[in-house]
Design a protein around this ligand. Sequence first.
Ligand code: URA
Length: 251
Amino acid sequence: MTQVDCQHHINSLFRHLLRLDHFIAKTLAISERDARLRLIEKKVIVDGKISTDHEQKISRFSEIEIRGRVLQYAVQRHYLMLHKPVGILSATRDPIHRTVLDLIDCPAKETLHLAGRLDRSSSGLVLLTNDGHWSESLTDPEEKVSKHYLVETDRQIPGSAVERFRKGFAFQTEGIVTRPATLEIHAPRRACVTLEEGRYHQIKRMFHRLDGIRLISLHRDRIGGIRLPEDLKPGQWRSLTEKEIQSPRSL
Ligand code: URA
């Protein structure tokens, strides 16, 4: 296999997590039975440790070695937070607008994708990574990771909105009813919204259903347990800490 073929092979194998015996069989072009034999014989090392578990899940972030031969070098993982300013597009490239990637200058930036978007007119916390499994666990509504937003509206928010947000709104285009959301009204035109999903223009559309209320500003300050730090100014980014990477779901 050439280096390009080999990379292609690895990429196509790793759309999802893969079982270790399947990876060995495919990579060495041997049967799965023979792959399991290599494991029983303690010939396989995953991330520096002997593995005998043929069901072990591996990814392109795992280093895999057999009898001193490296079958796969581990790709380094990257996890970043960015304070997205208003006017920047939540995309990795765009022919017209500046994107979040234009604000990041780490060497691996071309490998990153967004773990959830914000509208161009919104600001706040955006997470980027090259770990698809991690980003999926943040954006999948079934994982119930809460996202917290501060909003300012053009008109007074009626008290009845709290119940409407909790009950959900039918979105005809998608054929869904939004999941229960929490609305806390802090001032006549200021509130916090907590969602566990991220539909297209979701918060704007929910407010619009309340007699056409429009948003003046929308700012995300938390995703699960990851908060936008006060000292991270619009346009700035930093790597996540180990604790932040491990705890996106906890508050
Ligand atoms: N809801 C919106 O309407 N816009 C965002 O950017 C995020 C949530």
